[in-house]
Design a binder for this molecule. Structure first.
Ligand code: SAH
Length: 367
């Protein structure tokens, strides 16, 4: 049966770690994140809520521009440790000062891994006055990448969680550590590309200042379809043939560090039973439906708050990650549905391709 797989690679001339932190020294990257309204709203609502942050010692893992630390500081945190390893932390020190929070926020300009290597005793000795009588009880981080796991920052967040649990234990403080977000879910749905073509290509090329250039639109679309990388773009909700099945649900307060090395799941999509499928086709059930590929997205949660990057929700900078079936399978409509009882059975595998878990190969196998 047709299957499709993709792996991504970083430039092999530089160490992965250097490339990673160099990328985050670029303010353009932070601008994109700061302009992402659903992302900002999720974290702002949580970190400016007194019931969440008041009087707690908060750790912001990978604080970037410092925006989350500043919200937590303003939200009434007892103290905030802001950890940032890229060179942006040089400016962040000034920004904390500009926002008059220098007494509330301690900036640690190093990697989580360096802090862990220095050890619990060293951390306590340096910061004892700030930790006396209360341990770290809230870890906040915006670690999510495309399809949740790309970039591989999650293991660093788990290392920070385990480290601060040890700090608390050493101080004799038994407070549990809450995580923001506390739960993350990866979802996948089969798609048909017609609405994507219509939205992204035909609308633009079909009438450029009154001239029909739709032939170029078809060519551009075909080039896009033949690309070997996953397509990172917003998929119109009209493409969905299913509202999405769960690939993995991660509980961040207990997740082990190596849990995201490989995630595999066999999914049975019952298309005709799905609301998205009925929305797609209305009352008339089609004789057959061509599946062009699969799109992957994620949701994260904390208490009643959630951030959902589904095609049905307002778009975010994560967009969706789409893997198309091989051209021959699409052209011949190998994956088509002719009976309402038929299920689409597929195995999805997300497999880390490097030791730091920064890159993954995404494989779909139709069963
Ligand atoms: N919290 C900011 C930035 C999120 S981007 C915001 O929400 O706008 C993630 C940031 O984490 C980047 O700035 C990156 O440099 C930092 N980071 C990633 N892994 C890290 C690690 N292991 N130690 C320290 N910082 C890290």
């Amino acid at each position: 049966m047709p299957s499709q797989q993709f792996a991504e690679e970083y430039d092999s001339h530089e160490s992965l770690q250097d490339q990673y932190f160099d990328a985050y020294a670029d303010l353009g990257v932070h601008r994109v994140m700061l302009a992402d309204a659903p992302r900002m709203s999720f974290y702002r609502q949580i970190l400016t809520c007194e019931a969440v942050v008041r009087d707690r010692v908060v750790v912001d893992v990978g604080s970037g521009t410092g925006v989350l630390s500043i919200w937590a500081g303003r939200g009434g945190a007892r103290h905030v440790f802001s950890i940032e390893a890229s060179s942006l932390s040089l400016a962040q020190a000034q920004v904390i000062d500009d926002n008059k929070l220098s007494d509330k926020i301690t900036l640690l300009s190093e990697t989580v891994e360096d802090i862990v290597a220095e050890g619990v005793a060293s951390f306590i000795a340096t910061h004892e006055a700030l930790l006396r009588g209360c341990g770290v009880s809230l870890i906040v981080s915006e670690w999510m990448g495309f399809y949740l796991l790309h970039e591989g920052m999650l293991p660093s967040v788990i290392r920070a969680r385990n480290f601060f649990a040890e700090v608390n234990a050493k101080l004799g403080i038994l407070c549990p550590i809450e995580m923001v977000p506390e739960r993350a879910t990866i979802r996948v749905a089969p798609i048909n590309c017609a609405a994507y073509y219509e939205e992204r290509y035909r609308k633009f090329w079909g009438g450029v200042e009154g001239v029909d250039l739709s032939r170029y639109g078809k060519m551009e679309f075909e080039t896009q379809l033949e690309a070997t990388n996953p397509l990172i773009d917003t998929v119109p909700s009209a493409c969905l043939l299913h509202e999405g099945a769960t690939v993995a649900e991660l509980e961040l307060t207990s997740l082990p560090e190596d849990a995201v090395k490989s995630l595999c799941r066999v999914i049975h999509f019952n298309l005709c039973d799905s609301a998205a499928f009925r929305r797609h086709f209305g009352a008339t059930q089609p004789a057959s439906v061509a599946v062009d590929g699969f799109t992957v997205w994620f949701e994260v949660h904390f208490r009643a708050w959630s951030l959902n990057t589904s095609p049905c929700c307002p778009p975010t900078h994560w967009k969706q990650t789409t893997i198309l079936l091989p051209a021959t399978a699409r052209a011949e409509q190998l994956v088509a549905f002719t009976s309402p009882e038929a299920t689409l059975d597929v195995e999805l595998r997300l497999l880390a391709t490097d030791a730091a878990l920064r890159c993954y190969s995404i494989e779909f196998e139709l069963k």
